[in-house]
Design a protein around this ligand. Structure first.
Ligand SMILES: [Zn+2]
Length: 141
C-alpha cells in the first residue's frame, strides 16, 4: 500500500487481532447459517430461533467461480489508468458461506476455479481525494 491516506470501506468487516485479517461473520446457532457482513439477525426464512453470534471466519477458502471485469466499474470507483482488468472471485469457505471479493495481484489468465486463496486486506480503489479505500480481498496461497 502506498503513502495515501487509508480509509476503511466499512466498520466491523475484518479483525486484525491475530496479526492476519479474518472476516467477521454472524453465525446462527439455530440453523447454522453464516452471514457477511455481520448482521443482527438470521436471514434464513426457515429459521425459527434466530440465535446469532459474531465469530471469525476461516482465513482460507476455495474459488468457486470468478468474473473478469474488462471495463472500469462506475463512480465512485476510480480505476487505475491505464485500466487493468479486475478479477473478482466468489470464494467458498469451510463454513459453507460464499463471499465475493477482488483478487490481489492476479490477472485473468492466472485465476482458476478450485484455487485456494486466503483473506487479505488491500486497496480497492483510490478516490478523487487521493485516499485509498481499504477492503477485504483475496490472494493466492
Ligand atoms: Zn438461523
Amino acid at each position: 500500500m502506498g503513502e495515501n491516506k487509508q480509509v476503511l470501506i466499512g466498520e466491523n468487516l475484518f479483525d486484525m487481532s491475530g496479526g492476519e485479517p479474518a472476516l467477521i461473520v454472524t453465525h446462527c446457532k439455530s440453523c447454522g447459517d453464516y452471514f457477511f457482513p455481520k448482521t443482527f439477525t438470521c436471514h434464513n426464512p426457515e429459521c425459527k430461533e434466530k440465535d446469532v453470534e459474531d465469530t471469525l471466519l476461516s482465513r482460507r477458502g476455495v474459488i468457486e467461480n470468478y468474473s473478469i471485469m474488462n471495463y472500469p466499474p462506475p463512480p465512485p470507483f476510480v480505476a487505475k489508468d491505464p485500466y487493468e482488468p479486475i478479477v473478482c472471485a466468489a470464494v467458498k469457505f469451510p463454513e459453507g458461506i460464499v463471499i465475493i471479493g477482488m483478487m490481489e495481484n492476479m490477472t485473468a489468465d492466472q485465476v482458476k476455479i478450485g484455487m485456494e486463496v486466503e483473506v487479505t486486506v488491500g486497496t480497492l480503489y483510490t478516490n478523487k481525494n487521493g485516499e485509498d479505500i481499504i477492503a477485504w480481498k483475496f490472494k493466492a496461497v
